[in-house]
Ligand binder design. Structure first.
Ligand code: NAI
Ligand code: 13P
Length: 416
């Protein structure tokens, strides 16, 4: 990309260390390349060392599916360049046997490719696949979580007490859990279970496109500490992957999570061959429900977040080219006769959909709180995907007009 078309914004250099995390792990960002070269020279016995091993951050990725593998490629291309990170990036792999009889981890380490979830793409020689979850996190102080959301509760349980004190985490996971007390975002699950601060990274990020280095953008959501967000930006940002930080963890995470429900609706519309106007209408209604749902649950969610890559851009890309859309289209084409589980297994070969379980989880929140009539599109998606309504209900269901009288004061969340 020409720099005039897509100028990479100059980010302010991080000048002060504000937390113990930085004082022990982070070298100043401006002279990164110079210090890295010096470190290389030093390791080859030529020059003096400038960044001691103790100061460097060590990154582990928990997850190795389609997006997890692309994340490892992005991160590995940066850790090798930046002196404030150890070169090696460890990637926890949920071990499985390939049809050849070999273990996936061994093949990744031999070929430098995730032959099952991202074939044909080299991850970077500094990526080390590790099937042992506890071992993978042992030495890391920057943890990147990127598994399908349904596995996170189990993963967190296994990691309790195993994570290095003072570690930072980021979640790339689109989804949520529903607990007795209400919805629990995955970043909160990670923070609460592991006692670590957790940012999020979401965006219009179809993994296979980023794998071949086509330009895209992403949004980091952070809670309070801008410096930590900048460190994550530094770790992910490349000339073809432009990352921006916003102070709105819940807004960013809910955008990434809820757009998968709208993508199912868009897929139903495609399967019914309703055309582009209908699909655009569904996307607009879906975006409105996304914003209202987010703001009712978390009043701090910012309107601007919906205009970042994590918001409207992710909604568009997923409704055009995502897996949720594709499988939902096949579901509608079968008239709802083939189940999502069957279609997922056949069409995605081990990759996982997030939209169907998210639609169920959202539905649970809506029915627990008496909000079903306020969110007719979200409700219809779950009723269709669970077989209670036919796919055609996506465009018949009360024209998706929320019934504001169902909940006092609700209209404000839908107004522009
Ligand atoms: N693929 C994409 O284009 C994008 C995906 N995401 C999000 O990233 C997250 C991870 O998705 P992907 O990396 O695409 O995964 P994926 O759907 O490609 O792969 C499934 C992964 O789950 C693992 N797995 C299977 N059973 C497991 C178990 N019992 N315990 C733990 N892991 C198990 C598999 O080994 C594999 O790594 C999801 O929340 C998704 O929404 C976000 C942006 C883009
Ligand atoms: O989240 C995604 C793009 O940002 C990918 O969506 P799908 O899981 O529907 O492919």
């Amino acid at each position: 990309f020409s720099s005039t078309l897509f100028p990479v914004p100059k980010r302010p250099a991080i000048v002060s260390a504000v937390a113990s995390f930085f004082s022990t792990t982070m070298a100043p960002s401006a002279p990164e390349n110079a210090s890295h070269n010096a470190a290389l020279l030093s390791s080859s016995g030529v020059g003096g060392d400038v960044s001691s091993a103790a100061q460097k951050s060590r990154v582990t990725i928990i997850g190795s599916g389609n997006w997890g593998s692309v994340a490892s490629k992005l991160i590995a291309s940066n850790t090798i360049k930046l002196a404030s990170f150890h070169d090696e990036v460890r990637m926890w792999v949920f071990e499985e046997k390939l049809p050849s009889g070999e273990k996936l981890t061994e093949v990744i380490n031999r070929t430098n490719e995730n032959v099952k979830y991202l074939p044909g793409i080299k991850l970077g020689k500094n990526v080390v696949a590790d099937p042992d979850l506890e071992n993978a996190v042992r030495d890391a102080n920057m943890l990147v979580f990127v598994t399908p959301h349904q596995f996170m509760e189990g993963i967190c349980k296994r990691l309790v007490g195993k994570v290095k004190e003072g570690s930072q985490a980021i979640s790339l996971i689109k989804g949520m859990e529903v607990k007795m007390e209400g919805p629990c975002m995955i970043s909160s699950l990670i923070s609460e279970q592991l006692g670590v601060n957790c940012c999020v990274l979401m965006g219009a990020n179809i993994a296979n496109e980023i794998a071949v280095e086509k330009f895209s953008e992403a949004t980091v959501g952070y809670r309070e500490n801008r410096e930590i967000a900048e460190k994550w930006v530094q770790l992910f940002n490349t000339p073809y992957f432009m990352v921006t930080a916003v102070q709105d963890v819940e807004g960013v995470e809910l955008c990434g999570t809820l757009k998968n429900v709208v993508a199912l609706a868009a897929g139903f519309v495609d399967g019914l061959e309703m055309g582009n106007n209908t699909k655009a209408a569904i996307m607009r209604i879906g975006l409105r429900e996304m914003r209202a749902f987010s703001k009712i649950l978390f009043p701090t969610v910012k309107d601007n977040t919906f205009f970042e890559s994590c918001g409207v851009a992710d909604l568009i890309t997923t409704c055009l080219g995502g897996r949720n859309r594709r499988v939902a289209e096949a579901f509608a084409k079968s008239g709802g006769k083939r189940s999502f589980d069957e279609l997922e297994a056949e069409m995605l070969q081990g990759q996982k959909l997030q939209g169907v379980s998210t639609a169920r989880e959202v539905y649970e929140v809506l029915s627990n709180r008496g909000w079903l009539e306020l969110f007719p599109l979200f409700a219809a998606v779950h009723e269709i995907s669970s077989g209670r309504l036919p796919p055609s209900a996506i465009v018949e269901y009360g024209e998706h007009k929320p019934n504001f009288s169902a909940v006092e004061g609700a209209a404000q969340y839908f107004s522009s």
